[in-house]
Design a protein around this ligand. Structure first.
Ligand SMILES: Cc1cc2nc3c(=O)[nH]c(=O)nc-3n(C[C@H](O)[C@H](O)[C@H](O)COP(=O)(O)OP(=O)(O)OC[C@H]3O[C@@H](n4cnc5c(N)ncnc54)[C@H](O)[C@@H]3O)c2cc1C
Length: 446
């Protein structure tokens, strides 16, 4: 974008264009989960009257996942996307230096290329977008063989017999269900009472019930103290003394920003104790001319928000029209099955607020859901009492990430529940429940 606005741009990047989002985090995890979703279809096919038969005419109920093939495809996709990004940037005239960057002043970056050459880059503007890396606990040091971070699972050549997932936040929950869907035995260790503690609690309850119904062992209120590779397996020790034996453990206990040792503090950039860079709504740091975007700021750890912060920073720095970051309209999705999609104001914000109305419509009553064999899930919508302006929503459904868009449009453009309700939906369609939720809110607001 900065190049298209006329700036001369150099990117210094260590691990590959597209960053962790493309190479190790979003893209590979979502590709692996898409494969697991296909596997799950086999399990429910019989409910729709479909039977796969072997040559002898016997019902086939099991499909098997070849993790080496799946991982090869997933990593191929990630590599291809990184290459596409590289070509697009080169076509826009961006210079790319493969290596590490360090700020020595607000207008000077030292780049050390992968072959060890040092180059001094003088600049008017710096954008720091160094991302974050998996949090490592000293008692559960990843070894890349049996004790794994989410970035190491793509090196596995065969499906873990019994995967223990430590951490039930978004990454832990998504990958636990992904591996369960591929056929691994999975135990999810959650330090909180319920999985996905930061999500809408009605949504998290649906997901936890689905996890258990599909055979995952979910250990709530169980904090892992350490993990040990025994050579042919792992033992995860819980703080209460229990021990769980498995073949592998995936540690998904959060991420830490990559902001230390790159000169930020030396030039006066304010960091939080957590290491995140302090930024304002147009991505400015405390030092003039130095901007920051993405997970290194800790504003909202999403690829979409990171990209928006970067675009805003460049518009601001180059004097283009700029609208400050609006977090109240961010759409996010948890790629479990069913998915949880959210936008804008959430239940925890509405709790005890008398000026907000809300409704929750189960999907099970929707005719399309019945046809598709969907029995779990719901649409929840929040609006401002009186004006009926849509403030936020939650959808739990297959492909909720696609279904949330009408609510996101309404939140972004301050549409009223009546405007949503009066919009035609296709019959039969899952989006019919979005319109129905809006209609119910009209009745409540009267
Ligand atoms: C498992 C998982 C799944 C996710 N799925 C989704 C999803 O589906 N949707 C979504 O919106 N978000 C998702 N996220 C979040 C998303 O991945 C991050 O928000 C996003 O990667 C942040 O982008 P970024 O540009 O800040 O950092 P990154 O993508 O981490 O990129 C940072 C880049 O900086 C480089 N770098 C670091 N230090 C230096 C240095 N000193 N010199 C040079 N280069 C350096 C790194 O090599 C890297 O290329 C997921 C996260 C995880 C962990």
């Amino acid at each position: 974008m900065a190049a298209r606005l006329g700036a001369q741009v150099t990117i210094v990047d260590r691990d590959g264009l597209g960053g962790a989002a493309v190479l190790t985090d979003c893209v590979p995890s979502k590709a692996l989960i898409a494969t697991a979703d296909y596997m799950s279809e086999f399990e429910t096919a019989a409910d729709l009257g479909l039977h796969l038969e072997d040559a002898a005419g016997e019902d086939v109920t099991d499909a098997s996942a070849n993790l080496a093939e799946i991982n090869a495809r997933v990593m191929g996709l990630a590599g291809q996307q990184s290459e596409d990004i590289t070509h697009r940037l080169e076509a826009d005239g961006v210079r790319i230096i493969r290596g590490s960057g360090r700020l020595v002043s607000p207008t000077r970056v030292v780049a050390i290329s992968s072959d060890g050459e040092e180059e001094v880059l003088d600049t008017d503007v710096v954008l720091v977008a160094t991302g974050a890396t998996p949090r490592v606990m000293p008692t559960m040091e990843p070894d890349g063989e049996r004790i794994l971070t989410w970035q190491q699972i793509y090196d596995l050549k065969s499906l873990p017999e019994h995967l223990i997932v430590v951490g039930s936040g978004v990454t832990g929950a998504e990958l636990a269900q992904g591996f369960l869907g591929l056929g691994a035995k999975v135990t999810l260790v959650s330090s909180r009472e319920r999985v996905l503690p930061a999500e809408d609690q009605d949504a998290a309850e649906v997901i936890e019930n689905v996890f258990r119904a599909r055979g995952m062992t979910v250990l709530g209120r169980s904090r892992a103290a350490g993990a040990r590779n025994t050579g042919d397996g792992v033992i995860v020790k819980l703080e209460d003394g229990r021990e769980i034996e498995g073949s592998h453990v995936l540690v998904a206990v959060g991420a830490v920003p990559q902001t230390r040792g790159i000169g930020l503090e030396d030039i006066g950039v304010d960091l939080l104790e957590s290491g995140h860079i302090v930024v304002d709504k147009v991505s400015r740091t405390s030092v003039r001319g130095v901007y920051a975007a993405g997970d290194c700021t800790g504003v909202f750890a999403l690829a979409s928000v990171s990209a928006m912060q970067g675009r805003i920073a460049m518009s601001h720095a180059l004097g283009d029209a700029v609208a400050p970051l609006r977090l109240g309209a961010v759409s996010a999705n948890v790629f479990t099955d069913p998915e949880i999609a959210t936008v804008g104001l959430q239940q925890k914000d509405a709790e005890g607020v008398t000026t907000i109305d809300q409704v929750m419509m189960p999907l099970a009553m929707n005719p399309r859901a019945k046809m598709l064999g969907i029995s779990e899930g719901f649409v929840k919508m929040f609006c401002s009492k009186g004006s009926g302006i849509v403030l936020g929503g939650v959808i739990v459904a297959p492909r909720a990430s696609e279904l949330i868009f009408p609510i996101a449009l309404a939140v972004q453009n301050r549409l009223s529940v009546d405007q949503v309700a009066d919009t035609f939906t296709v019959y039969p369609s899952l989006s019919g429940t979005v319109a129905e939720a809006a209609r119910r809110l009209h009745q409540i607001a009267e």
